[in-house]
Design a protein around this ligand. Sequence first.
Ligand code: NAP
Length: 268
Amino acid sequence: MLMITGATGALGKLVTARLADRDDVLVGTRAPAPGQRRVDFDDPSSLDFTGVTTLLVISAGAAEDDVVAARHEAVITAAEKAGVGHLVYTSLSGDGDHLTYALAHRWTERRLLRSTLRWTVLRNGLYAEFLAAIAAPGPDGTIAAPLGDGRLAAVARADLADVAVRVATDPAPHAGRTYELVGEQPLSGTDLAEALGGRYQPGTLTATREAITTAAEALPFQVPMLLSTYSAIAGGFLDGTSIADNQLRALLGRAPRSALEVYAATVR
Ligand SMILES: NC(=O)c1ccc[n+]([C@@H]2O[C@H](COP(=O)([O-])OP(=O)(O)OC[C@H]3O[C@@H](n4cnc5c(N)ncnc54)[C@H](OP(=O)(O)O)[C@@H]3O)[C@@H](O)[C@H]2O)c1
């Protein structure tokens, strides 16, 4: 039996849709519909993985580091106890270490290393859809995100879902492997603006911090998360050039989707 956690998140939905015709797949989510399993990393009593041979753990990263680490500790411990055969974890690309949210991913990777499980780590690059959220044009069509002259090797979420499905449905050849999965065509603010027929006028981190901090929906931990994302892109850390062994194309078995097209389709 293959179980997917975080199944109603954006990545989880894409994964479960690809597995919809299989009867050996369990959908794990905090608010299950009929036929689904309740899986909430914050509630150890919900972490019953009896009979699960492969567990695809979609990271639950939208929280403070201690919360995320505790969640991932709980799910790994429960998988160990239940005798899960193989755990596949969605992590963050190796060039993302300057991002504040890298810490919880690296912590989880280390925890897997010392676990009793067979495991595979999918080091996902930042989504093209996430880029659309953080570098959307304003009402006048200007992109003012503080990306400087940096570029992001963004990757279509659907490509990462395809890779996750491939690995999770036949995990044995991938045991003990950590795969870097980033886009092949890094995108600059100018590229984004050209694709939309607008213009790019990079803002400052100060102005962006102020805007994010005053936005009613921003939680405190999200401010450094977002600021570190802009800094890392502007600083040239996330353009994919430092990834020596990008496995995206090989694991897809085809060319990746165009991140620029996904960006443009998402903001429109
Ligand atoms: N690479 C990137 O650009 C990028 C961007 C944003 C986030 N991420 C990371 O990648 C993960 C998946 O991305 P996404 O786009 O699917 O994010 P998403 O749409 O925000 O979905 C995250 C899902 O995580 C699950 N989750 C949250 N808290 C949980 C808990 N306590 N126990 C179990 N599951 C929990 C939830 O699934 P259910 O509601 O089904 O329980 C939630 O829908 C995120 O959680 C985050 O760690 C990556």
